[in-house]
Design a protein around this ligand. Sequence first.
Ligand SMILES: [Fe+2]
Length: 303
Amino acid sequence: MRTTTGTRVRSRTGPRARARPRAAIPNAAPVLRPMSATTGMEVAGVDLRQPLPEETTRAIRRALCEWGVVTFRDQAIAPAQHLAFARRFGEVPPSEFLVTAPGFPQIGEIRKEPDQTRNVGGNWHSDHSFDPVPPLGAVLYARELPARGGDTLFANMAAAYDSLSDGLRETLSSLRAVHAKRNAFHADDRPERRPSAAQRARFDEEYAGRECVHPVITTHPETGRRVLFVNPTYTVRFEGWTGRESAPLLQYLHAHATRPENTCRFQWREGSIAFWDNRTALHYALNDYHGARRLMHRAVVAG
Ligand SMILES: [Fe+2]
């Protein structure tokens, strides 16, 4: 079987998978398995403590761009190895909003403690879409997990674009949308995410200038695919439209983009990694594990 990018894919079981000889060069023979029909590719046969051959790095990058997210299992890596892997794909800047791992300002901690109810990333979004150049992606590594829950959902926004009608694509092609950091504190009124009036006033002041305008349809710089680029966390309205005018069409697009057909779900185990392409995929961190700790390490690859 081959994917649309021409990458070799093997089924999870079967004689070929069992008969695979041990690669003479470490990490030279990754095995790629789609996580759904549109979104996500699991990469097996790779140990990220070992050097990655150039060809393997390219295969991972192709799968990342085409499928929106690549995942790895059972990786026992230290922060330095995490950082080295992320740097194969671009610059890794210091983490902006998060507490960082000791000695590694580029490795941010995504942490939820048993007494906290709000999590990080608990609604559909692409990271930093309120910045002029959002990140290429992020490499998230599971260090400590709840006994159940805490999965992450991904949506492939190129697949979302592909499944729009010609008429709506044409309409969207001339539109641009405003993305604002502070919208994250207005867009979601679920009780566990609703900030107090004082918190909201502080966020509004702190992030007043943190917004920008992006085309609603972008072109992926590596695959050339068209991508629907809006998300319910940061997208405020269409440029030149009021918020009230924008809301019905934005709500339709958010619902369309996150239809099950455009998504996959990643169930973490300790040592798992998800590396998403922030230009292709939205993600959603489920917040269904109150009373337990979840600790992830994140390295962001600059756009
Ligand atoms: Fe995120």
